[in-house]
Ligand binder design. Structure first.
Ligand SMILES: [Mn+2]
Length: 260
């Protein structure tokens, strides 16, 4: 039994949302194959508040969360796509508690969990560019079902990497300020696990492209997982080769970019 499972960036209502996989994943929690006391939705549960865009499996996700809430505590931390007023209504319907940030204690660790967009100065400075980037990102998803293009774009975009590195650095400072030793974010859609200055940082990635990712918390330790097509074959991410497996990859990219 995990203390908690954390997922983020579901983007329900968008074409890139991997709702079918999400339904299967949530069913494994419901069936107690993957048991947890809490399910934490770390932001961007919805992509937009136009409910006409929700497909059958998107509604199914909400319905499973609703039935999970009978025996699992559901915490929904708002992201930049989650309009607080609309989110609180939906949260009530699906049995979730809605917060801006969440402090979770597990083992002897105090963990700060928040979406991370408050440290993304790119979206606040360039709202229009962000929309254009979002558009091309969705387009890449549409033309390339293997997601290789969109993953490549993410891993090579200097602006994107700089932004992810900034969120990571600021999130650590924020954790220290709130007396936490571990910090969990979403928002960047890039799963991550790294420790620096005694503060562990994790990012839960997204449910917008395969492999979809989630974090588990048990006894003070956090693990990054990739969700496979077959729940039985879902693998621990650290066992898989990953371009960001080097602990300081983003920091070194960022400092290289600053000096360039
Ligand atoms: Mn976000």
């Amino acid at each position: 039994m995990y203390d908690a499972i954390v997922i983020s960036d579901l983007h329900l209502g968008s074409d890139v949302c991997q709702a079918k996989q999400l339904v299967r994943f949530l069913d494994t929690i419901k069936d107690d194959l993957l048991a947890a006391r809490e399910l934490i939705l770390n932001g961007d549960v919805f992509d937009s508040w136009d409910f006409r865009r929700l497909k059958k499996n998107h509604w199914k996700v909400l319905s499973i969360i609703r039935s999970l809430s009978d025996h699992v505590k559901i915490v929904w931390i708002t992201g930049n796509h989650d309009e607080p007023a609309d989110a609180s209504t939906v949260a009530h319907l699906i049995g979730a508690e809605i917060v801006e940030r969440y402090i979770f204690e597990s083992g002897h660790k105090r963990m700060l969990i928040f979406h991370g967009h408050i440290f993304d100065n790119f979206i606040s400075k360039h709202p229009i560019v962000t929309h254009v980037v979002d558009f091309f990102y969705s387009l890449l998803h549409k033309i390339d079902k293997s997601f290789r293009l969109s993953r490549w774009a993410k891993h090579t975009s200097k602006t994107f990497l700089r932004c992810s590195a900034k969120i990571e650095t600021e999130a650590r400072k924020y954790a220290v300020k709130l007396g936490c030793d571990t910090v969990l974010c979403g928002h960047t859609h890039l799963e991550r696990s790294s420790t620096s200055d005694g503060i562990a940082y994790y990012n839960s990635g997204s449910w917008c492209e395969a492999p979809c990712t989630y974090l588990t918390i048990a006894d003070g330790s956090v693990q990054v997982h990739h969700y496979g097509d077959d729940p039985a074959s879902d693998a621990v991410a650290s066992e898989m080769p990953h371009p960001l497996s080097e602990g300081s990859y983003l920091e070194s990219q960022a400092s290289y970019l600053e000096s360039a």
